[in-house]
Write a protein of this length. Sequence first.
Length: 234
Amino acid sequence: MLATEPDVEVIAECGSGTEALGAIKERKPDVVLLDVQMPDGDGLEVAAQVGDMALPSIIFVTAFDEYALRAFDAAAVDYLLKPVRRARLRTALARARRVVASRPGGHRAGPAGAIVGTEAPAGRGARLLVDRGRHMEVASVDDIDWVEASDNHVIVHLRSERHRYRRTMEQVMDRLPADRFVRVHRSAIVNLDRVKQVHPWFHGTWLLVLADGAKIATGRHYREALAARLNLFR
């Protein structure tokens, strides 16, 4: 499949974690398709050992979706399930290409072509991996209405659907685009583009009504910051 991509050159194939680590350090590839389960050290361990030393873009490959969350924690560009389909592989490579375009210096010359980098900051078109029970689903950040805290994870409200996302509120805020998302309560983050009505509420707080009809009460300590972000004036 990779042979059909004009800007990709396969410079090494490895049969174990040790071989992969050595090849990454020696050849300094732009992108690595890394199997999670390998003899002598799995792919996640290899990524951890490489660390920040010229870390290539990593696309994890495995037959088991249970590793998906750990893969994205390792700054993976994408995550492919076996059997790998050509269209899905091309989507992963397209993400890697966008990463290199966003980095200082853009494309770099080298035997591995022009794919480089690690996970790009969240922005338009960014995605997150949400829990659908028996499988993980990729969802667009652009579709998020709001996020609510729920025990040790959060619930992401996406176009009238609810999905579990295994992160804390602080971790979610760090990953969402700051120009569109704001924390309005210790247990709620909203997409500013979805706020349609603002009502006075108790003790100087507001009640926000979103485009999907959701009603969210703000916290007192978040009022001024929210007003500034919404550019409210009368």
